[in-house]
Design a protein around this ligand. Structure first.
Ligand code: ADP
Ligand code: MG
Length: 252
């Protein structure tokens, strides 16, 4: 039996006269890896903001595991088990990449956040390796390239094994070779119990990672299907104005 983890009920948000989210209803079940697609400006990032407490919706509800979290501030949503990344990650200016990961490591047995333990060091080293950040581990996080910041933000969000991980364009600016590493890392997180909601334009990445896709167009959910069905879905093709949504192509 599918077990609902995230339930959105008629979620709505307007900026002035612009209805950016228009009654979005969707349920994401525990264990799924769901791609969130849609043309630029269709409301994807706003949807993540409304789910994760960064922006209060005007109407509708958000529930995690049956608990209503609508309108809760972001830190309370995090406590409810949700982690997220941003389309443009901000990084602290002075901390090194290694220290950013170390500080985020929530080892229940360790009271002091920055205290070094062998277990913590090895977890951090593993993340550095997985996300190809070992070479820049001792540089200030703010000095990373845009793609490296993306990698670090995904590594950070995976710390603490969230129940639901929401990623906003995790591969934008990331070297194509690293994208398959990211697919592997995210699949591993999923096997360990994390449900994923991923905004992404890269169709190869979507096909490799996701089991289901939902598509937004002008704030409305227009499709909910398997990745391989997207290119045959008339509403999706129409939303992208006939642009090919094919394997290896980018949907924008
Ligand atoms: P997407 O992530 O799908 O590209 P967004 O959710 O970022 O789209 O934006 C959807 C629409 O909402 C866009 O037209 C954008 O300009 C508008 N929008 C987003 N955030 C704000 C804001 N804080 N104030 C006003 N308009 C906004
Ligand atoms: Mg966006």
């Amino acid at each position: 039996m599918p077990e609902p983890l995230l339930t959105l009920d008629t979620l709505s948000k307007a900026f002035g006269a612009h209805q950016v989210l228009d009654g979005v209803d969707v349920t994401i079940n525990r264990g799924e890896i769901v791609g969130l697609l849609g043309p630029n400006g269709s409301g994807k990032s706003t949807l993540l903001n409304a789910i994760s407490g960064f922006m209060a919706p005007d109407g509708g509800t958000v529930a995690i595991a049956g608990r209503d979290i609508t309108g809760l501030p972001a830190h309370r949503v995090t406590q409810a088990g949700l982690a997220r990344t941003f389309q443009l990650p901000a990084m602290p200016s002075r901390m090194t990449v290694r220290d950013v990961l170390r500080a985020a490591d929530t080892d229940a047995g360790t009271a002091r956040r920055m205290l070094r333990t062998p277990a913590r060091d090895s977890r951090v080293d593993r993340l550095l390796l997985t996300f190809r950040l070992s070479r820049v581990a001792d540089l200030p996080a703010s000095s990373l390239s845009g793609g490296q910041k993306k990698l670090l933000s995904v590594a950070l969000a995976m710390r603490g094994a969230p129940e639901l991980l929401c990623l906003d364009e995790p591969t934008a600016g990331v070297h194509p070779e690293l994208r398959s590493e990211m697919v592997s890392a995210l699949k591993a997180a999923n096997r360990q119990g994390t449900t994923l909601l991923v905004i992404e334009h890269d169709m190869l990445f979507i096909r490799q990672l996701c089991t289901r896709c939902i598509v937004l167009d002008r704030g409305k959910l227009i499709a909910d299907c398997a990745p391989e069905e997207l290119e045959h879905n008339p509403a999706v093709v129409e939303a992208y104005l006939g642009k090919a949504i094919e394997k290896g192509k980018t949907a924008r």
